[in-house]
Design a protein around this ligand. Structure first.
Ligand SMILES: Cc1cc2nc3c(=O)[nH]c(=O)nc-3n(C[C@H](O)[C@H](O)[C@H](O)COP(=O)(O)OP(=O)(O)OC[C@H]3O[C@@H](n4cnc5c(N)ncnc54)[C@H](O)[C@@H]3O)c2cc1C
Length: 487
């Protein structure tokens, strides 16, 4: 379908433009097809696709809306991504530029769970490098995008994709606009949508769906030092609260990323601005206070992500593939995002390279379906793990049991999983998920309230929110929530 269409691009393009209300009145310049693939977004998924296709000798063009370096959340990386850093040829650079993360520590109700990646089974893909990294994303994402350029990918920064040209489900080109310039159309043979949570193609094709995990997050970078034992050693430190959690991620000696995750409905009850909200959470939480050397000083702005937890009904179609967060985003707990973004980039790029060798015009082939199946397996198993975590935040029995049920076998297996080896131990995750579901339906007195007050010092949910109802809800917060819910 795609190739037939190309010869008649100009005529069809006019029809498509007339259909589109948004660009109907614009005069569009049409650029000739000179690329094997177009990539929307220059984050970790877009750069991974760009590097691998360029290395395979294909011509690619990446459109990136912002100018790098730019702020991005998601600083805690998993050891399972190391194999890909090696394949991309950037492992040594990452190791030189960023602190090594030995593992993760979770405050799990009254107990702490440690996951040191060095404890993982022998049989895992990160055996040689059993550590992750803590990265300042502005710097990390720029390293990847510069590397795509170095390998021959064309990169247009400050260029936004404003329209997807399509014939029903076939994606046939993009309308893009460089900062300060008129929009142009570019016909495509293949588009990789790596636009993160903007989900350009899923929104255009109406494939995007919220999941039942959907949560919201408020976060920022702060100037202060960690004094908490593990955080000082560059571990990821997370702490449960009812139905949510917060993180402390030391990025360098002077900078810490702090964020809160809660259900959207809890945030809707919050009557303060995001900045006030995060500040009050930090001020009221003993654990955060004890973990830092002095009152954290806000660096830059407080960010809000209003709708975490979405998927797409389809991951590939004629002339397009969804990669990274554009395909799905499960939840930030367990830090799976960058790993899934980059391995989906790797798998999608490899499928396309192979499809090209076999002379398929696009990924709508066996290879595309295989890519979708593999990424769905990851999605299902990580989703279960995340759901178990949220069940535990509401259920004292699970919280009591989980840290005590740890033995060396389970610890090894779960360390494999939390290191990013998601699919190999999925049988175990499936089994434990069933146990969690059973525990979750047992009638346990007071289960919903038990993480309030005592464990949490009243922070963020329940009592804390109720005590703040008199503060007028800031327009900014209302807008962010409504915007994300309607999209
Ligand atoms: C609160 C929170 C905490 C997180 N913590 C972690 C963590 O600790 N560890 C972890 O691994 N992951 C974490 N994640 C997830 C992680 O941030 C993402 O999974 C990861 O960044 C996805 O990479 P990506 O390349 O798919 O998308 P992104 O990194 O979002 O990149 C997409 C790029 O596309 C560009 N773009 C978007 N729309 C357009 C357009 N129309 N035209 C042109 N360009 C466009 C954007 O500017 C952006 O640069 C977290 C996420 C959230 C929300």
């Amino acid at each position: 379908m795609c190739s037939l269409y190309k010869a008649h691009f100009i005529e069809i393009n006019i029809a498509l433009i007339v259909e589109s209300g948004r660009i109907r009145n614009m005069k569009l310049t049409q650029l000739p097809i000179q690329y094997d693939a177009l990539i929307i977004g220059g984050g970790p998924s877009g750069s991974t696709v760009g590097i691998l296709l360029a290395k395979a000798g294909l011509k690619v063009l990446i459109f990136e809306e912002s100018k790098f370096p730019r702020f991005h959340v998601g600083e805690s990386l998993l050891p399972a991504t190391n194999h890909l850093f090696k394949r991309l040829g950037i492992f040594d650079k990452i190791k030189k530029d960023f602190p090594i993360k030995p593992g993760g520590k979770w405050n799990f109700g009254d107990k702490t769970i440690l996951g040191n990646f060095a404890w993982a089974d022998q049989d895992n893909p990160f055996q040689d490098h059993a550590y992750g990294f803590l990265v300042e994303r502005s710097k990390f994402d720029k390293i990847l995008l510069d590397d795509a350029r170095k390998h021959g990918a064309d990169v247009w920064e400050e260029t936004k994709v404003i329209e997807v040209l399509r014939d029903k489900f076939d994606v046939e080109g993009l309308v893009v606009q460089r900062k300060g310039e008129e929009p142009v159309t570019i016909a495509s043979r293949m588009v990789f949508d790596c636009s993160g949570q903007n989900c350009v193609i899923p929104r255009a094709l109406k494939l995007r769906r919220p999941t039942d995990i959907r949560r919201m997050s408020v976060y920022a970078h702060f100037k202060c030092k960690a004094v908490e034992l593990r955080a000082k050693e560059n571990w990821f430190v997370g702490s449960m609260i009812e139905n949510g959690w917060f993180w402390i991620i030391p990025i360098d000696d002077e900078k810490i990323s702090i964020g809160m995750v809660l259900p959207v409905e809890e945030f809707q009850k919050v009557k303060s601005s995001p900045e006030q909200f995060l500040k009050e959470c930090i001020d009221q939480n003993d654990f955060i206070q004890r973990s830092l050397n002095h009152k954290p000083i806000l660096l830059g702005k407080v960010h809000v992500n209003g709708s975490m937890g979405h998927t797409s009904e389809q991951l590939v179609g004629p002339g397009w593939a969804l990669v990274g967060d554009s395909a799905y985003f499960i939840d930030p707990c367990y830090s799976s995002g960058v790993h899934l973004a980059m391995i989906s980039g790797e798998k999608a790029a490899d499928a396309f390279i192979e499809a090209r060798k076999k002379n398929h015009v696009d990924l709508f082939s066996k290879l595309g379906r295989k890519y979708e199946q593999e990424m769905r397996t990851h999605e299902r198993v990580v989703t279960k793990f995340v759901k178990m975590f949220y069940m535990a935040t509401k259920n004292p029995l699970i919280r009591w049991l989980v840290p005590r049920a740890n033995n060396s076998y389970l610890t090894r297996k779960f360390t494999n999983f939390t290191g990013g080896d998601f699919t190999r131990v999925r049988w175990l995750v499936n089994m434990i998920y069933v146990v969690h579901q059973i525990l979750n339906i047992l009638p346990i007195k007071n289960k919903v309230n038990s993480l309030r007050g005592a464990d949490l010092n009243g922070i963020a949910t329940g009592k804390w929110v109720e005590s703040n109802t008199e503060i007028a809800m800031k327009e900014e917060m209302v807008k962010i929530i409504e915007n994300d819910i309607t999209q």
